[in-house]
Design a binder for this molecule. Sequence first.
Ligand SMILES: Cc1ncc(COP(=O)(O)O)c(C=O)c1O
Length: 376
Amino acid sequence: MSSVSEPIPLAQPDIGPREEELVLEVLRSGMLSLGPMGPRFERAFADWVGTKHAAAVSSGTAGLHLGLVRAGVGPGDEVITSPFSFISSANCALHAGADVTFADIDPVTFNLDPAALEAAITPRTKAIVPVHIFGLPCDIEAISAIAAKHGLAIVEDGAEALGAMRQGRKVGTHGSPTIFAFYPNKQMTTGEGGIVTTDDDDVYEDLLSLRNQGRADSGAWLEHDRLGWNYRMDDLSAAVGLAQVERLDEILGRRAAVAERYAPLLAGIPGVTLPSVVEGDVRSWFVYTVLLEPHVDRNAVIGLLAERGVASKPYLPSIHLQPLYRARGHREGEFPISEATSARALALPFFGKLTLEQQERVAEALAAVLADPPVR
Ligand SMILES: Cc1ncc(COP(=O)(O)O)c(C=O)c1O
C-alpha cells in the first residue's frame, strides 16, 4: 500500500491559461457583470450543445427554478422528479411554491422509471423534472410522450450530463428547456453557475427577464413588469465558462479516457458493480460511481479508503430521506430502488487529470478493503 503518497481527491476542476487570460480580460475591461463576456459565453455554449439559445444563470438550481416559473408552476401544483438526484431537482418545485412528488427509478440507469412516473401523475401535476443522473441520459422519449399525453411541462435537469448523447442527440436538444450546472466538480465549471438551453424565442426572452429582476422586455432602464430574481451570472464566471467551452471536447475526451481506464482496473474486484452501459446512448462522465454488495457497510468502506488516502463519497443519498423531506412526511420504503441504490453507491475519485498511477492506487485500496469487507 502506497500510503506515503498524496491523498487522492474526489474531484478537481481542469483550469488552464486560457481561463486566466479571459478572466484577466474581464477584470481589465471593468465590466464585471452585464458586459459582453456573458453573451459571448452563452453563444459559444448554445453552439456547442446545438440549441438556438442559452441563458446563463447563477447556478443550476436557479436555472431549474426559472424553468418551472416559466412553465407556470406555482402554489397548488405538483412537480414530479426522481428521488435519486441532488436535492435541487426537488427543491426547485418548492422554490416555485409547488409540491414535490417522487417516482422511483430504473435499477439499471438510475433514472426516472417512465411507468412509475406515469403512475405518480395526479390532477394537480403540472410539470416533470427528469434528471440525467451521473451523465447517463434518461428515457426522454417515453417521458416526453407521457408529458404530452397529460399536458405537462418538462424542465430537464441535465446538471450532470453536459455532452451526453441520447440515441445520437445531445442532452439539451430534445425540445424542453434543459439546465446544466457548473459547480467545480462538474464536467466544466464557471466557479458557481448554470445555464438553460432552449430553441424557443419566447422562453429565452422570459428567462432573460426573470434572471434579471423581472426587467421589462422594452429594455427600459429599471422598469420591472414581473417578479424576477437576481440569478445573473457575472462576467468573470462567464470568462471561465467561455474558456471551458473552447476546450470542452478535449475536457470531455479526457474524462472519458479516465473512465475507460477504470473499468479493467475495477472489474476484477469481487463485489463491485461498474457503471451501466446503455446501448445507443453515450454517458458524459461526471462521477465514477460503483455499487457495492447490499450487505457491505458502504460508509465503513469510505472510512477505510480514507485511511489509505483515497477520497470517496456516498453518492447519492435519496432526496425523500433527507431531513427536509422527512419533515414533509416521507419515509423509508417509499422508493425501494432509489433507496437500495443510495445505500450501495460509492463515488470514487474522478477527474480529467487523474493519472493511471492514482487509479491503480484506488483499485488497490478498494480491493484490499473489500477482501474482508465491513458488513452492515
Ligand atoms: C442533478 C443535479 N441537479 C441540480 C444541481 C444543482 O446545480 P447547482 O449546484 O449549480 O445549483 C446539481 C449540482 O450540484 C446536480 O447534480
